[in-house]
Ligand binder design. Sequence first.
Ligand code: ZN
Length: 189
Amino acid sequence: MKRVRAVVGPDMKIAVSVDSHANMTAEMFALANVIAAYRTYPHVDMADTGRRAAEMLLHVVDTKAVVHFAVAPTALSHSCQRHVTMMHPARGVYDALEALEKDVLLLSFAPGFPASDFSQCGPTVWGYGHDPKKLEHAVEALLFKNTGGRAGMVGGIRRAICSSAAGRYRSPGNLTSRSSLPIRRTIPA
Ligand SMILES: [Zn+2]
């Protein structure tokens, strides 16, 4: 993503689809305008995910309304065996995602790859929507679904704002803090 951004410059819109085992970083969200994650494991929805990312990007380009972005990391990492979407708990998380998505433009959940040995390893929930309150609610609800409602297992929700006129997302900040923080809301200046 860094190499692509270096070639096309800061104003070109970029949509990315990622494997749900991606360990999402703040830098990735800063480099792309839109990111969508696979919703199946074993992965069979690469084409569907690409289409979701592309449609979201077209909406960002076409809409006159502000598109809000919210992202939240969690500190609770599941083993890859628990990512299988034919069974619970993963099935329940993705069912919840699709139900919550009715109120926003796009939601994604990447359980990440727990065996990766680097500081930003872990699951992440994020989404896009016109209504910041509904977006925040959807991200928060999906986060709690993923953590089984365990308090203290989630990092803060961070929200960046994109207007299609400005064309660039602000970085949501550092996602490395996956410590035991209560949910908090940070609205960028
Ligand atoms: Zn994968």
